[in-house]
Design a binder for this molecule. Structure first.
Ligand SMILES: [Zn+2]
Length: 255
């Protein structure tokens, strides 16, 4: 996607959006939202090239400045989510390397995650039962932590709004589990309609709203088929994402 320089209130940039620490007081770094591991190798390489000052400006990948401690604190859960997605899409915890080379490599190098996914926690609903006979019982807390991390990052990146408090809800579900009606509601976006409240002047979202190419039906695509997100901010701040056109997520902060 094209990089849009933002001009939101600089005071908002003073804190780590995850822990609220003053950025100036601690080591910090740029954090990609979503994590680059969810994107294809080609897209990751293009993004890295753009970050280093070369490449096309359409290769920009969204990123925010966060404290180093938070940044590294998410790695293991991000890795966990990546393993879950690979296993689900490949339909196995031990995918055939010929059919699913990337999944096979990732899952082979994460044996501990694979072991934990083989255990069925007490009383937990199988989230991927539609892929019988393959069923996974992922740790929903780990997945929710990453969904929340991404939602905070997207909201901050697009509308310049730091959301320190816990959201009112975080949900995730395979897209195909949604009924046609639910799917329609999920795909609908506030930004496709008349907006009661405009985002802060100078935020990236104001630029996106004027650029039909950047946003299709209210969704911002980081990489087609891999990751897209949308943000609503009038009644509540609602961040929706679709990961690998498989997992639908929604995080909501009521006003
Ligand atoms: Zn932090």
């Amino acid at each position: 996607m094209r990089e849009i320089k933002e001009f939101t209130d600089d005071r908002l940039k003073s804190w780590c959006i995850h822990c609220g620490t003053t950025i100036a007081d601690v080591p910090s770094n740029r954090d990609h939202v979503p994590t680059k591991s969810l994107l294809t190798k080609t897209c990751r390489e293009r993004g890295a090239s753009y970050d280093s000052g070369a490449g096309d400006d359409l290769d920009y990948l969204p990123q925010v400045i966060v404290c180093q401690r938070c940044n590294s604190g998410f790695s293991s859960d991000e890795n966990y989510l990546l393993c879950v997605l690979h296993a689900v899409v490949a339909g196995s915890l031990y995918p055939d390397p010929n059919k699913h080379p990337e999944a096979a490599t990732i899952l082979r190098s994460n044996r501990q995650v694979v072991r934990s996914l083989k255990a069925e926690p007490d009383g937990q609903l199988p989230l991927f039962e539609n892929l019988e006979p393959f069923t996974l019982f992922p740790d929903t807390d780990k997945i929710k932590r990453i969904i929340l991390k991404n939602a905070r990052g997207h909201a901050y990146h697009e509308i310049g709004e730091p959301l320190f408090r816990m959201p009112d809800h975080v949900m995730f579900v395979p897209l195909e589990r949604l009924s046609p009606k639910q799917r329609e509601a999920f795909e609908a976006s506030e930004t496709g309609e008349d907006l009661a409240v405009w985002p802060e002047v100078g935020s990236r979202m104001t630029v996106h709203l004027l650029d039909e190419e950047a946003m299709s039906g209210g969704w911002i695509t980081v990489e087609p088929g891999r990751y897209r997100y949308s943000i609503g901010w009038s009644d509540a701040v609602t961040v929706k994402t679709v990961i690998w056109e498989y997992l639908a997520t929604e995080t909501c902060w009521e006003r």
